[in-house]
Write a protein that binds this ligand. Structure first.
Ligand code: SF4
Ligand code: MG
Length: 320
């Protein structure tokens, strides 16, 4: 399948300013030379601990935050080269869904109106057909006529996420970037929302970039997975590669932390100690060396390149 989204050598550095004159004294390297591709129809899971830069990747793709360098290509078009009006035309195709949809819903606007406004903003419906279009996406998301005139506070967390998804869906997106969309929900509700994402993929031909700190969530939904550590990709591969043949010690450590029953897999357990170091002052060489049980002198000095070790399976570790 063709590439829908290509992220090439993306960097996002936030300046750290200090003193009266706001002198730049350093940079938080939130995303540091990251590359990956999402093909049409695919669900790409981006995982890593909080602080690994995952959200910044999502925000940089849709230009909610501007990249420092690198390229973001959507169907071959460089998103960053587009003038404002063309970027606006492209916006509906790329939708971002957040962890807490409540924060992006106006508490005084009825949910039907919120979705309807998005349709009008992007000239995707005439006034006469708005209500039926709104109802159509609400129903696709498991809501009904009963919900259309209600205010956001009248909904549970799971229902609010359904509204967030319905609003994104109303714009006929091709790629949905979902940033921790189920992290705030109870486990039973998580499964319902994940099933909804999966259903919509089939009915609406969607592709997803699914951002999560939780590998067990990604396991149910994603066809390919990328593991991020301190702004860099340490391993990418198919779901099978990552869960059955993980190669990077950090991937193995993340897997050790989740109780996923996988028959036949004798998994090597790596227990992560300490917190992720600050992206303002990342370790030299392999950024994981301060927490890696296999680190050698070489790891402290030399940055491991992301290398292909199998079809579509890439790993950045000197040991592999
Ligand atoms: Fe560990 Fe060295 Fe591999 Fe980094 S390069 S993951 S420190 S063994
Ligand atoms: Mg985040």
């Amino acid at each position: 399948p063709e590439a829908l989204l290509e992220v090439r050598n993306l960097k996002k550095y936030f300046p750290i300013q200090s003193g009266l004159l706001n002198r730049t004294v350093g940079h938080v390297k939130a995303v540091d030379d990251l590359s990956f591709t999402i093909r049409k129809g695919e669900t790409f899971g981006l995982v890593g601990e909080s602080g690994s830069g995952k959200s910044t990747v999502g925000r940089s793709i849709v230009r909610l935050t501007e990249k420092t360098s690198g390229d973001v290509l959507f169907k071959g078009t460089d998103i960053y080269s587009l003038p404002k009006d063309e970027l606006r035309q492209l916006r509906p195709a790329l939708q971002l869904i957040f962890q807490d949809p409540y924060s992006s819903l106006n508490p005084r606007v009825r949910v039907g109106d919120a979705i309807g406004e998005a349709l009008i903003d992007h000239q995707l419906a005439d006034t006469s057909e708005i209500r039926s279009k709104v109802l159509e996406v609400l129903e696709l998301c498991g809501l009904s006529d009963y919900h259309i005139d209600r205010l956001p506070h009248e909904f549970s967390g799971g229902q609010r996420q359904r509204i967030g998804i319905a609003r994104a869906l109303a714009l006929n997106p091709e790629l949905i970037i979902a940033d921790e969309p189920v992290s705030a929900l109870d486990v039973s509700i998580q499964a319902q929302i994940i099933n909804l994402f999966r259903k919509l993929q089939e009915t609406n031909g969607l592709s997803y970039l699914f951002i999560s700190h939780d590998l067990s969530v990604v396991e149910h939904l994603c066809t390919r997975i990328g593991v991020m550590y301190l702004g860099s990709m340490v391993e990418t591969g198919s779901r099978e590669d990552l869960f059955l043949r993980p190669q990077h010690p950090y991937t193995k450590a993340l897997l050790s932390a989740v109780p996923i029953p996988i028959p036949k897999l004798k998994r090597e357990r790596i227990v992560l100690s300490g917190d992720i170091p600050s992206p303002a002052n990342p370790p030299s060489g392999c950024k994981f060396h301060t927490r890696c049980p296999y680190a050698t002198e070489r790891c402290k000095e030399e940055v491991p390149a992301l290398r292909t070790i199998g079809t579509d399976h890439l790993v950045a570790c000197h040991l592999v």
